[in-house]
Design a protein around this ligand. Structure first.
Ligand SMILES: Cc1ncc(COP(=O)(O)O)c(C=O)c1O
Length: 487
C-alpha cells in the first residue's frame, strides 16, 4: 500500500484559508517591512490545497502509524506511555511558547521559576542534591553525567579511565562512556538476572572511574545487591552512576540517592510522560550529589537575590552541553505531570506500572514463560522459544490486531546475552487499564492459536499496516549499501 504525498495531491490555483491582517500593507509596501536579503521572489513550490484537504490529509496520515494515542504500545525498554493532553496545554501557554531564546533573561521569570521548581522536584524524587535540565535526551544525560565524573577525577589528579557496565545495559551506556573517552569493561549477568558480583569485584581496581548501572535493569529486575555494590565502588574511590531510564518502576517508593548513587540521569519520556524524542528532542535531566555540583553544565537555574535565574558563573563547570537552556517545552510537560499527580499520584503510577507488568507476566505464563522467577518490576522478559513460529514474525502479527509489538530481544532491538534470544520484553506501563491489559493478552493468545493452524499468516504479517514486513537484513543495509557491497 502506498500513500499519496501532499505534493502529488496538489491542484493548481486552489488556495487555503485567506489571511486577514488589517495591519499588513498592500501592494509592494510590505517590502519595507523586511530586510532585502530576507525577501524571496522565486516560487517556493508549496502544494496548493484547500484548508479542509490539508486537515484530511494529515488526519489520515496520523492514522497510518500505531501510537499510544490509538492503541496499546507495550514496548519494553523504551516505554511508550500515554502523554496527558493537560501537559501539552500547559506547555503551549503564550508565556512559555512565545518566548525567544535571545530574549533578555530577566523577561522570562515565569520560565525560570517553573524550571527551578522542576529541578527541585527531580532532586526530591531522586534523592540528589543538584540537577541540570540541559540534556536533550536520556543518552545525552548519560554523556553529561559522565563528563561530570571525568572532570571530578581530573580535579583530583587521578587518571581513571574505565567505566564498568553490566551486559544488560542499554546500548547508549557504553556509547556515552566511549564518547567521553572512557574504556568500557562489561560485567556479565548471573543466573538470576542480576549483575555478577564476583566478576564485578574482579574488575574493581584503581583504573575504575565508575560503575554505570540501571536499577531496575532492562531485564525488568531490581538489583537487590545495590547497597553492597555502592559500598564496594566507594571503597575503591570510584563513583556510582544511575541510568534512571527505569525510574518509573521505583519513583515515590525509593530513591537512587538513598541507594548510594552519586550521579544520575532520568528520561522524562519514560517516567514523566513526555513524548519520546528518539534520542532528542526529549529531555534527560542529570542529578548529582553535592560534592559534584560545581561541575554541572552551564547554566544551572538557581535562586539569586530571591529570584530564579540561570546561573552562568560556574568556573568548574564541564561547560555547555546544549544550546540555550535545553528543551524547555519538554521539561514543562514533565513538570506539569509531577504537579498534576503530586507525591501520592506518582507513587500510585509506579505501583500500577509494576502491577501491570506482573499481571501480563502471570497471565501469559503458560504461553510465554518468564525467564526469571522473581517478581518483575515495570517490564517482564518472557520466553518465546516454544511458539510455533519465529518470535520476530509473531510480534509483527500483533500489529494487525491493534497491539504494538513488544521489544524483541533476538531481533537485535536489545543486545542482551545470547541466552536471551527469542525473548520478548513487555512493558505495558501504568497508563493501561485492566481491560486494555486483557485485550493485549487476548491478542497474544489469538496469534498463538493462529500459529498452530495458519503459520503462513504470521510469517507474512503485518497485513493491515501501511508498510509491509521489513526484512531485518534488508532494513539494516538497504539505505547504506548497494546490494553488491553487503558485507
Ligand atoms: C535503560 C535506558 N538507558 C538509556 C536510554 C536512552 O534514552 P534516550 O532514548 O532518551 O536517549 C534508554 C532509552 O529509552 C533506556 O531504556
Amino acid at each position: 500500500m502506498t500513500l499519496e504525498s501532499i505534493f502529488s495531491k496538489s491542484r493548481p490555483d486552489v488556495s487555503g484559508s485567506a489571511i486577514f491582517d488589517t495591519d499588513f500593507p498592500t501592494g509592494d509596501d510590505w517590502r519595507n517591512w523586511f530586510e532585502a536579503d530576507d525577501i524571496r521572489d522565486e516560487q517556493v513550490g508549496l502544494p496548493e490545497f484547500s484548508e479542509v484537504d490539508v486537515v484530511r490529509h494529515f488526519t489520515n496520515l496520523s492514522q497510518e502509524a500505531h501510537g499510544v494515542d490509538n492503541g496499546p504500545y507495550p514496548l519494553g525498554s523504551c516505554t511508550m506511555k500515554y502523554n496527558p493532553k493537560r501537559n501539552d496545554k500547559l506547555a503551549i501557554l503564550d508565556g512559555f511558547a512565545k518566548v525567544h531564546p535571545h530574549q533578555p533573561v530577566d523577561t522570562m521569570s515565569g520560565i525560570w521559576e517553573s524550571l527551578l521548581n522542576f529541578q527541585n522536584d527531580i532532586a526530591e524524587v531522586t534523592g540528589m542534591d543538584a540537577v541540570t535540565l540541559q540534556p536533550a535526551a536520556g543518552a545525552h544525560g548519560e554523556f553529561t553525567g559522565l563528563l561530570v565524573i571525568k572532570k571530578y577525577f581530573e580535579q583530583l589528579g587521578q587518571d581513571r579511565k574505565v567505566i564498568l557496565i553490566p551486559d544488560t545495559a542499554h546500548g547508549t551506556n557504553p556509547a556515552s562512556a566511549a564518547m567521553c573517552g572512557f574504556h568500557c569493561k562489561i560485567i556479565p549477568t548471573n543466573q538470576r538476572g542480576l549483575m555478577d558480583l564476583e566478576s564485578f569485584e574482579e574488575h574493581l581496581n584503581d583504573d575504575v572511574a565508575g560503575l554505570m548501572i540501571t536499577n531496575p535493569s532492562t531485564l525488568g529486575l531490581f538489583e537487590e545487591n545495590i547497597e553492597t555494590i555502592a559500598q564496594k565502588i566507594h571503597e575503591n574511590g570510584s563513583l556510582l552512576y544511575y541510568d534512571g531510564a527505569n525510574l518509573n518502576a521505583i519513583m515515590g517508593l525509593i530513591r537512587p540517592g538513598d541507594m548510594g548513587f552519586d550521579v544520575i540521569h532520568i528520561n522524562t519520556h519514560k517516567t514523566l510522560s513526555t513524548p519520546h524524542g528518539g534520542g532528542g528532542p526529549g529531555a534527560g535531566p542529570c542529578g548529582v550529589k553535592a560534592f559534584l555540583e560545581p561541575y554541572l553544565p552551564v547554566p544551572v537555574i538557581r535562586e539569586i537575590d530571591g529570584k530564579a535565574t540561570p546561573d552562568f558563573d560556574r568556573p568548574d563547570s564541564v561547560g555547555k552541553v546544549k544550546t540555550f537552556f535545553g528543551h524547555i517545552e519538554v521539561l514543562l510537560r514533565a513538570y506539569c505531570y509531577i504537579r498534576a499527580n503530586g507525591p501520592d499520584g506518582l507513587k500510585t503510577a509506579t505501583e500500577n506500572a509494576v502491577l501491570n507488568a506482573n499481571y501480563i507476566k502471570h497471565q501469559l505464563s503458560d504461553l510465554l514463560p518468564a525467564l526469571f522467577e522473581q517478581n518483575c518490576m515495570h517490564e517482564c522478559l518472557l520466553h518465546g522459544g516454544s511458539l510455533e513460529v519465529k518470535g520476530s514474525d509473531f510480534v509483527k502479527r500483533l500489529i494487525d490486531f491493534g497491539v504494538h509489538p513488544p521489544t524483541l530481544v533476538g531481533a537485535g532491538c536489545v543486545h542482551f546475552a545470547k541466552e536471551f534470544d527469542e525473548a520478548m520484553l513487555i512493558e505495558p506501563t501504568e497508563t493501561e487499564s485492566k481491560a486494555s491489559l486483557d485485550f493485549i493478552i487476548e491478542q497474544f493468545r489469538r496469534v498463538a492459536s493462529e500459529a498452530k493452524v495458519a503459520p503462513y499468516m504470521i510469517e507474512t504479517a503485518p497485513h493491515n499496516a501501511l508498510t509491509a514486513k521489513i526484512i531485518h537484513n534488508e532494513a539494516a543495509w538497504m539505505s547504506v549499501y548497494e546490494d553488491d557491497d553487503q558485507p
